[in-house]
Design a protein around this ligand. Structure first.
Ligand code: SAH
Length: 341
């Protein structure tokens, strides 16, 4: 049966219209689900019983569940068990500007980035929309807080699950629902060009982050297999187009990997490549994992890299470190659960 949290407001309206009912019903249901946070059709008291019975034949409201929590200082990591027994993770980060949730989009990932724990477990399946929506609902309820920012940077490649991710964004952004502002939502991709082009046409105000991690094909090919089919020059051309179409600034994520992509030469090359592009660079200290040989660049190297970008007038920040003590790097907790270590 189809989960009710899979439905955007438009889809739910169409459902009622197609069943000879008023589309207003969709709004009533949305109010119960997302404003009053009621997850039981029988409690939706302003809707007639015969309609409720019909809805119950059509939709379910099943929830995924939290099976483990790890607490850090400003971070909490949640391991969810899905209804079919698969596991995914979400990470909550407390910032001074609000609570940000890092959401997973797939069970496993097929992108195979060499430094990433998630990729060691191949993709099992895409997440359905409701499984992404519920990561937010359940954590808000459990911790009795409001999530103000969402980043699609958990397990999975969001653009390899395009349709469900798009629906997820529409649902959480809907003003009379969870109402997370588009500018508070960030989609992160390893750089699937075809989908970046499609995304540019969606007329959304969400943020796009690109996991770049290298200033040239030679290095990027070594650490990110996607680059062999979607190389840097084509990626940069696509991003320039994206910025022109959407008028939005793009973020480049750059993990600092010791002796791989952290030299002064790399920094200069990166600065040259990004000059004139409306973007900013997020330098990320690599979160080391026991299973993968890469090491984190030391802070001197990171600072030097940062300085070179600054000097070349590139907007750049060094990401505040989250989660390294709680295995919060992409996929680490799930990996432990699945005992691949
Ligand atoms: N597939 C998407 C989103 C998930 S990964 C993407 O590639 O963007 C989210 C970010 O975490 C990516 O930039 C990824 O490269 C980075 N990442 C993966 N493993 C990491 C680690 N061990 N330490 C720091 N960042 C990591």
């Amino acid at each position: 049966m189809n989960n009710i949290y899979n439905y955007t407001i438009e889809e739910l309206e169409s459902y009622f219209i197609n069943n000879g009912d008023k589309k207003f019903k969709a709004h009533q249901i949305y109010e119960w689900l997302y404003r009053k946070r009621i997850d039981n059709f029988d409690k939706m008291r302003n809707i007639k019983k015969e309609i409720i019975d019909k809805i119950k034949n059509e939709f379910c409201i099943d929830k995924i569940k939290i099976v483990a929590v790890r607490k850090g200082k400003d971070t909490q990591k949640f391991l969810f068990e899905l209804l079919d027994g698969n596991y995914i993770e979400a990470v909550l980060m407390k910032h001074d500007y609000g609570n940000s949730l890092c959401v997973s989009s797939q069970v496993g990932c097929n992108m195979g980035c060499k430094f990433c724990e998630s990729g060691r477990l191949k993709k099992v399946r895409n997440l359905e929309t409701y499984e992404m929506v519920e990561q937010i609902l359940i954590i808000e309820e459990k911790l009795n807080l409001r999530i103000s920012h969402v980043v699609l940077m958990g397990i999975g490649e969001p653009f390899d699950n395009y349709k469900n991710v798009l629906n997820f964004i529409k649902i959480i952004n809907y003003p009379k629902g969870i109402a997370i502002g588009a500018r508070h939502i960030t989609v992160s991709t390893c750089g699937i060009i075809k989908k970046i082009k499609e995304f540019a046409q969606e007329d959304l105000q969400v943020n796009l982050a690109i996991s770049l991690h290298a200033p040239n094909d030679e290095i990027r090919n070594r650490i990110m297999p996607i680059n062999k089919v979607n190389n840097i020059s084509e990626l940069m051309r696509t991003i320039k187009e994206y910025i022109k179409t959407t008028n939005r600034r793009v973020t480049f994520e750059y993990i600092m990997l010791d002796n791989i992509n952290d030299t002064e030469k790399c920094a200069t090359e990166l600065a040259k490549m990004l000059t004139g592009i409306n973007c900013y660079v997020n330098l990320i200290p690599y979160n080391e994992t026991e299973n993968i040989g890469f090491k984190r660049s030391n802070s001197d190297k990171i600072t030097k890299f940062y300085d070179i970008l600054k000097k070349n007038k590139i907007n750049v920040t060094i990401r505040r470190e989250f989660g390294s003590l709680i295995d919060a790097a992409c996929g680490q907790l799930r990996a432990k659960k699945e005992r691949v270590i």
